[in-house]
Design a protein around this ligand. Structure first.
Ligand SMILES: [Fe+2]
Length: 361
């Protein structure tokens, strides 16, 4: 199954962007497009988009730099490690992140109950992937959830680092904001229902690097079955496939991201805000036969064998309250989603998986 691609250009160039309030009545094709966005998020937990502001060249520039970084020896990369800051900034070495399916017994029970063909790969230990954490966007000066006072970490010998990280990070946040507006309209909420809560959120650009030279055997689990705890996650196209997602109906789907497209996934915070109308998308990253084909091709072409994902976790602001919005407050499931500060919610989720500053669960 191929997921449909939503082109954001018509929305970006329309006057709907200037409208305020939630009275978008669906006149014309744009209302239809917004309903399509919310429908796909609801049914699949994932959305492929094309944003004319995020080009293939932007994505390539970012991937090229991250490949160059991850290819450096472990001793070099460990200079950017900040375990005392709970890995909130800088690098997280492989073997630190723990997939929830390894520690969550309730989840393990659910996995065993799945039909065989849709069951995820069961990881045997922590994820064998590196990650780099780079904060994007302004933070509130006055907050109950002060992030540790940690300077961004820039590796030596990468003069382009700050500019490349910031520019790709901001572009991906811009794409998320448009999708968040369109989804809000599609869900019958004011168009700024989500984006107003995202302002000054602890957004994180958190690309991963997996060494396919050491871990390129079919079946290797780079990221065990899990959901993301943030609002929406966005990725540029990776040079090596391997992402599987689970649709709401339980079906497992291998994601193919077309060239020039971005992939957005639903996290736990959008589930909270919609009282479960849209649920957090389950996913995993595993070496598949298509990954092996891409490894062969990259070897022949003398390209890097590090699989880089350009993941950005977009968050609801830490001091904002997560609770079902608008008509979702009337949902029979609303009581499952009691009001909680987004910052507190994140801390609770992270305690389960061994990390304090990561955007992901
Ligand atoms: Fe994830």
């Amino acid at each position: 199954m191929d997921l449909p691609v939503i082109d954001l250009a018509p929305y970006l160039s329309s006057s709907i962007g200037e409208k305020t309030g939630g009275d978008e009545d669906g006149t014309g094709g744009l209302g239809e497009l917004c309903r399509e966005v919310s429908r796909i998020l609801r049914e699949t937990g994932a959305l492929l988009v094309k944003d004319p502001r995020c080009t293939v060249e932007d994505n390539d520039r970012f991937l090229d730099m991250m490949e160059k970084y991850f290819e450096r020896p472990s001793e070099f990369k460990r200079l950017q490690e900040r375990p005392n800051l709970h890995y909130q900034v800088g690098v997280t070495p492989e073997g630190v992140e723990i997939p929830r399916s390894l520690v969550d017994e309730e989840m393990q029970g659910k996995l065993r109950a799945m039909p065989k063909e849709f069951q995820p790969s069961i990881p045997m230990g922590p994820d064998p992937k590196w990650r780099y954490m780079w904060r994007v966007g302004p933070r509130p000066s006055n907050t109950h959830f002060q992030e540790l006072n940690s300077e961004p970490v820039i590796p030596e010998g990468f003069p382009e680092w700050k500019d490349t990280m910031d520019s790709w990070g901001h572009k991906m946040i811009s794409a998320i904001e448009v999708v968040a507006e369109m989804a809000a309209i599609g869900f019958g909420l004011p168009k700024d229902a989500f984006t107003s809560l995202m302002k000054q959120g602890p957004h994180l650009l958190a690309p991963t690097g997996s060494d396919l030279r050491c871990h390129g055997q079919e079946g290797t689990v780079f990221a065990g079955y899990h959901y993301d705890l943030n609002f929406l996650t966005i990725h540029g196209r990776s040079r090596f496939p391997g992402l599987n997602i689970w649709l709401r109906n339980g079906q497992k789907v291998e994601v193919k991201v077309p060239v020039g497209c971005l992939l957005i996934q639903t996290g736990k915070q959008i589930e909270w805000l919609t009282a479960g109308d849209c649920i957090a998308g389950m996913h995993e990253v595993v070496v598949t036969s298509r990954t092996i084909d891409a490894i062969k091709l990259a070897s022949e072409q003398n390209r890097s064998l590090w699989r880089v994902s350009s993941t950005l976790f977009a968050h609801i602001a830490s001091d904002a309250v997560l609770k079902p919005l608008g008509h979702f407050a009337e949902s029979p499931l609303a009581s499952k989603y009691p009001p909680i500060c987004a910052g507190e919610f994140v801390e609770e989720e992270l305690a389960v998986i061994n990390l304090k500053g990561n955007g992901e669960s």
